[in-house]
Design a protein around this ligand. Sequence first.
Ligand code: APR
Length: 234
Amino acid sequence: MQRIVVLTGAGISQESGLQTFRGPDGLWNHERIEDICTPQGFARDPLRVDRFYNGLRAQLPSVHPNAAHRALAILEQAGRNGDWPGHLTIITQNIDDLHERAGSRNVIHMHGELLRLRCTHCHATPAWHTDCTPDTPCPDCGAAALRPDIVWFGEMPYHMEAIAQRLAACDLFVAIGTSGVVYPAAGFVDSVADHADTMLFNLEAPSGRSAFDQTILGPATRTVPAWTRDLLNA
Ligand code: APR
């Protein structure tokens, strides 16, 4: 039984039409992280933060999973129904729902999800809906204390215990479409190096020495399906 953990970043959704955070047209070229992606930025100007995430949410209905998302979903399903002697876990840094819409079920969102909110009073995580505003009362406790259910800089990512367990048990760690500059995700490859093979699928080579055993450069919609096809036909 092969146990694969795949870490995805914004690059896997780029060919679906969602912007990455860094690079030529990255989101952080147009906004300052400290204004948008920190608890302090939200406290200073919640409406500005809401506008940013509502702008991303507004794109979701018109973007669709691409061949890379679908290839991972097919591999996971093949493991479930016995067509491939393996098990696939996706740990995603992405806040979009493209893995789920491609059919993946074993997905861990370590940076939260665009389509959820979180109550800072009772910690409920209600679904976001179009007429939510920072004044919308929490459906569970009634407090006007809802914020995007996104992990911001300076906050602990979600599900770190489950992530550590899967990393410790995997024999192949694959990163797809991530610049590898944000921890703790950027450190996952080092944490598995003593017991797993490692592969990076990315559009461009990482800056500096790559910590990965193998680096496959190119658009994920070409490189990832070729890899999963080889696994399924082995
Ligand atoms: N195919 C493969 N890789 C791609 C593609 C593509 N079509 N397009 C872009 N990439 C690569 C880029 O070369 C880059 O290395 O995807 C990577 C995207 O990097 P980032 O924009 O930094 O996104 P990510 O690594 O997911 O960012 C991590 O930073 O701002 C925080 O919380 C945010 O989760 C995010 C975290």
